[in-house]
Design a protein around this ligand. Structure first.
Ligand SMILES: C[S@@+](CC[C@H](N)C(=O)[O-])C[C@H]1O[C@@H](n2cnc3c(N)ncnc32)[C@H](O)[C@@H]1O
Length: 264
């Protein structure tokens, strides 16, 4: 992730707030539905971040189950441990998606939401995902395709400069369009694919769009020639468009459910 988005304390807090908006709460409901968790199951959460999904999954598997979250950010790990303190069957370790600290066939299900777009070596990460999932187990992966961003602006050249600087925040901006093939190459059988739009045609405070645009405005400063003033002006336009009833934002996330088919 060098040069990309650093999930330090400040960014982790912003991501947590973003992920508490109703848009992302709804996404988590869809991820949980896709996972079809049962009591007593052993679940891996790769890139567990602020622990919001792990917290919900811990409720689904109950104290006879186990939720293991891994992340490379100590600030995110601290947040998830605090969040799940009253569900001690959820535990969190510092580890890389490409080097999972678990034995083969260890989990009934594994999930990774909004993480693989930051991981350089996707074949290595999916090989690890396959290795630690038990035969008959299932996995859920969710990522954004940033080319799906549709946003209204009166200053397209400025928008293009800012979005080009934002490109530096991920490794794979269009991962979903290759993920079916990459999951199959890793050995999985695809069962389900869905698109989850983050659609905000209003500029309200507690929305994905508003919080995401603020994160983007902070990130782009000093990258590809974008100054603080330009980032401020870019962000201020959305507030103005909101007042005029002209704000429009849509960005797609894609959800994949795949099985590690048991060989009989
Ligand atoms: C955008 S957050 C998503 C958090 C969480 N999965 C969710 O959806 O709420 C991305 C997380 O992936 C973690 N991450 C990034 N690269 C990683 C890697 N190579 N291995 C493990 N975690 C990683 C980051 O530290 C961060 O916590």
């Amino acid at each position: 992730m060098s040069g990309g988005l650093e999930f330090d304390e400040e960014t982790s807090r912003k991501v947590e707030a973003l992920y508490l908006t109703p848009d992302v709460v709804e996404q988590r409901c869809q991820v949980l539905k896709a996972l079809q968790l049962r009591e007593g199951e052993r679940i891996l959460d790769i890139g567990s971040g602020p622990g919001l999904l792990a917290y919900d999954m811990a409720a689904s598997v109950g104290p006879d189950g186990r939720v293991c979250g891994i992340d490379i950010s100590d600030d995110m790990l601290a947040m998830s441990r605090k969040r799940c303190a009253n569900r001690p069957w959820a535990e969190f370790l510092r580890a890389e998606a490409t080097k999972l600290p678990y034995p083969d066939d260890d989990f009934d299900a594994a999930v990774s939401t909004q993480v693989y777009e930051y991981v350089a070596d996707i074949p290595a990460a999916l090989a690890e995902l396959y290795r630690v999932t038990r035969p008959g187990g299932r996995v859920v992966a969710l990522d954004t395709d940033y080319d799906s961003l549709v946003i209204y602006t009166g200053d397209q050249p400025r928008m293009e400069r800012v979005l080009s600087a934002w490109d530096e925040h991920f490794v794979h901006g269009g991962l979903p369009r290759t993920l079916s093939g990459q999951l199959r190459d890793a050995g999985f059988t695809i069962r389900q694919r869905d698109v989850i739009p983050m659609f905000n045609p209003e500029y309200h405070d507690n929305t994905y769009a508003r919080r995401m645009l603020a994160i983007m405005a902070s990130f782009v400063v000093g990258r590809r020639g974008v100054s603080q003033e330009e980032a401020n002006a870019w962000l201020a336009e959305f507030s103005e468009l909101g007042k005029q009833g002209k704000f429009f934002f849509s960005l797609n996330r894609y959800l994949f459910v795949a099985d590690k088919v048991a060989v009989t």
